[in-house]
Structure formats: structure tokens, C-alpha cells
Write a protein that binds this ligand. Structure first.
Ligand SMILES: [Zn+2]
Length: 88
């Protein structure tokens, strides 16, 4: 009957939170409604010329303690694999 130290969002809740973060919307906890979502790492200003990198984003609600994680993909140029050169 003990509480577990780590609580996680339900899948739809985590998806909603991740979607809001990706859309750069204000982050509101989908479980308890608190606007106390801590994002790690923090959003960084886009630097021109900086190589986009995929990194793990952790979103934690400081109110209810739930957290969600996702991998943010860098803004890679869309590359079609069918366009690989066959001959150089
Ligand atoms: Zn919460």
C-alpha cells in the first residue's frame, strides 16, 4: 500500500505533454493541471549554424511528481533514401 517514489504519466497524458513541448506551448501538467513543469534540459535559443542534436527531454511536474521523457530529434534535413547516388 506504499507509495512509489516515481510516478509516471499515463500514456495519453505523456503524449499530450510531449506534444505541447514540441509545439513550444506553455507546459501544463495533464494530470493535475499545475503549471509547474520542469523541462530538462532547458530550452535553448537556436543558434545559427549549431548542429541540431537529438537529446532526451525530461518533463517533470513539480506539483504531482509525474514525469515524462522523450527524445527530441534534431531538425535534420529530410533526406530521401531513394536519392542516394548510385554512381559517383
Ligand atoms: Zn502534475
Amino acid at each position: 500500500m506504499g507509495r512509489r517514489g516515481i510516478k509516471e504519466f499515463r500514456a495519453p497524458e505523456a503524449l499530450a505533454l510531449v506534444a505541447a513541448d514540441r509545439d513550444h506551448q506553455p507546459l501544463v501538467c495533464p494530470s493535475c493541471g499545475a503549471r509547474k513543469i520542469v523541462r530538462v534540459p532547458r530550452r535553448r535559443a537556436l543558434r545559427p549554424g549549431a548542429p541540431p542534436r537529438a537529446e532526451k527531454i525530461t518533463l517533470t511536474c513539480q506539483s504531482c511528481g509525474r514525469h515524462a521523457e522523450y527524445i527530441e530529434r534534431g531538425q535534420e534535413p529530410t533526406r530521401d533514401t531513394t536519392m542516394d547516388p548510385l554512381a559517383g
